[in-house]
Design a protein around this ligand. Structure first.
Ligand SMILES: Cc1ncc(COP(=O)(O)O)c(C=O)c1O
Length: 376
């Protein structure tokens, strides 16, 4: 297999066989001429199949070292398609600091349908094992997690899930396949909000599910066209274009994040920095073993409480106050009242004085100066 960056640039982007165009065309079509009734060249309809979507699926599947990849209109649409493989009465174990929208989907949509959820600290393997019951079908993991950047062991959890006949699902949005490939570590399914690092430019919303299982891939492809939450060809093109620079962007996200962590770690106003690259982070050793670097997300709490955290978020000028993450531009936010507000009252609710940074790829000295003036 060729290297990551070579595959990111070439898989699915072979020159157009008719014209030689280095970038294959974006197939803006809803339907296809048939050579006879039911005699198809590629597909019958773009919800069922579109060549630009197929190109994205083959490229990202290759980067995740997956046999199958299925693209969706958003990360949550992908999660929805995956969760629809469950039946009423089934049980899911979710890491206790998962993305709030995943928790909302599981409890308020699938909960109504009879799926039950238990949130557990999955860094505690005994607690993970104890959460299984006879109807547990999925163990759902984010590593690094959002927003506390906790790390859990994919290989250890995959062994536990397997013992209980459940699937291990890993949300790889934060790490990206450049830093971590969960299927090679024992996961059964990888999901992505491609809205984030895969797109990389904060200009598209998308989702992706990858697996090596024939059976699961068949069900996911069925849900893709039967439910219809498909990304359009222009969105797929933007994601495919984003993938070509994923590796080089991630290197810069990681090195900028490291410099910012060093700065914050010695700042008087900072109570605690959450970053898996710190040697005293409880998941540091696992992160070293399963990731090739520690990512571009950094969270920290402020000694001055929620008010101080809000003031910092409202005082930066390069860091943009906004939800989402993973784009070239740096973002800052207050999870307790923004991205994770829907988890209030649950064990997933983050500290109210926690600030989350999505460190972009700008000049890092400018980013540090911006934080310094916001925290002065
Ligand atoms: C870790 C993680 N997973 C899934 C999602 C959902 O993805 P989307 O917003 O593309 O639906 C998000 C969104 O923020 C996320 O941060």
């Amino acid at each position: 297999m060729s290297g990551f960056n070579t595959r990111a640039i070439h898989v699915g982007s072979e020159p157009d066989p008719v014209t030689g165009a280095v970038n294959p065309p974006v197939y803006l079509t809803s339907t296809y001429a048939q050579d006879g009734v039911g005699v198809l060249r590629f597909s019958d309809y773009s919800r069922v199949g579109n060549p630009t979507r197929a190109a994205l699926e083959s490229c990202l599947a290759s980067l995740e070292e997956a046999r199958y990849g299925v693209a969706f209109a958003s990360g949550l649409a992908g999660e929805d398609a995956l969760l629809r493989t469950l039946a009423p009465g089934d049980h899911v174990i979710l890491g206790n600091d998962a993305y709030g929208g995943t928790y909302r989907l599981l409890t308020r949509v699938f909960g109504e349908w009879g799926v039950t959820v238990t949130c557990v600290d999955l860094s505690d393997l005994a607690a993970a094992r104890a959460a299984f019951g006879p109807s547990t079908k999925m163990l759902w993991v984010e590593t690094p997690s959002n927003p506390l950047l906790n790390i859990v062991s994919i290989s250890a959890l995959s062994a536990i899930a397997r013992e209980h006949g459940a699937l291990l699902v890993v949300d790889n949005t934060f790490a990206t396949p450049y830093l971590q490939r969960p299927l090679t570590l024992g996961a059964d399914v990888v999901i992505h909000s491609t809205t984030k690092y895969v797109g990389g430019h904060s200009d598209v919303v998308g989702g992706f599910v990858a697996t090596n299982s024939d059976d699961l891939a068949t069900k996911l492809k069925f849900h893709q066209y039967a439910i219809g939450a498909v990304p359009g060809p222009l969105d797929c093109y933007l994601l495919l274009r984003g993938l070509k620079t994923l590796g080089i962007r991630m290197e810069r996200h990681c090195s900028n994040a490291r410099a910012i962590v060093n700065y914050l770690s010695t700042h008087d106003a900072v109570e605690k920095v959450y970053y898996p690259g710190l040697s005293d982070h409880p998941g540091h050793e696992i992160a070293v073993a399963q990731m090739s670097d520690f990512g571009g997300m950094v969270s920290f709490t402020l000694k001055g409480g929620a008010e101080a955290a809000r003031r910092v978020c409202e005082s930066t000028s390069i860091f943009i106050l906004a939800e989402s993450l993973g784009g070239v531009e740096s973002l800052i936010e207050l999870p307790a009242v923004m991205t994770h507000a829907s988890t209030a009252g649950s064990t997933l609710y983050p500290p109210v004085n926690l600030v989350r940074l999505s460190v972009g790829i700008e000049d890092v000295d400018d980013l540090i100066r911006d934080l310094a003036q916001a925290m002065s």
